[in-house]
Design a binder for this molecule. Sequence first.
Ligand code: ZN
Ligand code: ZN
Length: 136
Amino acid sequence: MGSNIIQCKQCGNPFKSAGGRMCPACMQEIENGFRKVANYLSIGDARFDPNVESIDELSERTGAAAWVILLLLREKRVVIRKPLKGGLTCRYCREPIALGDACDECSNKLAAQLATSKSARLPVMNPGSAKKYGVR
Ligand SMILES: [Zn+2]
Ligand SMILES: [Zn+2]
């Protein structure tokens, strides 16, 4: 128990951690950046400015640091519609993606895989018999 001194994953400064891997200054920068980007993206009905082509441009327009924007997109805390230059890539096939950590194709594949492994682990109940016996 207790907190230890670790190096911030982002800026490398040592800090007293209560479990997190980033220092309070970096956490603060993420929150500030989130507010800036969220404000910018929700202006009008444009959830995304079509003129912005890269993370750097978005960073310039919002004033949020590029690493903060990438982190927010990775965690899907802000939403954009198209992949940006210098932006995220699918962790499986390396295709550029707008947000999250996998492209649609790979997340579909993954979901299908998950569904099969789940049904393999769980006892399979015949939906027909479940209805007959009034099991919900
Ligand atoms: Zn830091
Ligand atoms: Zn992919």
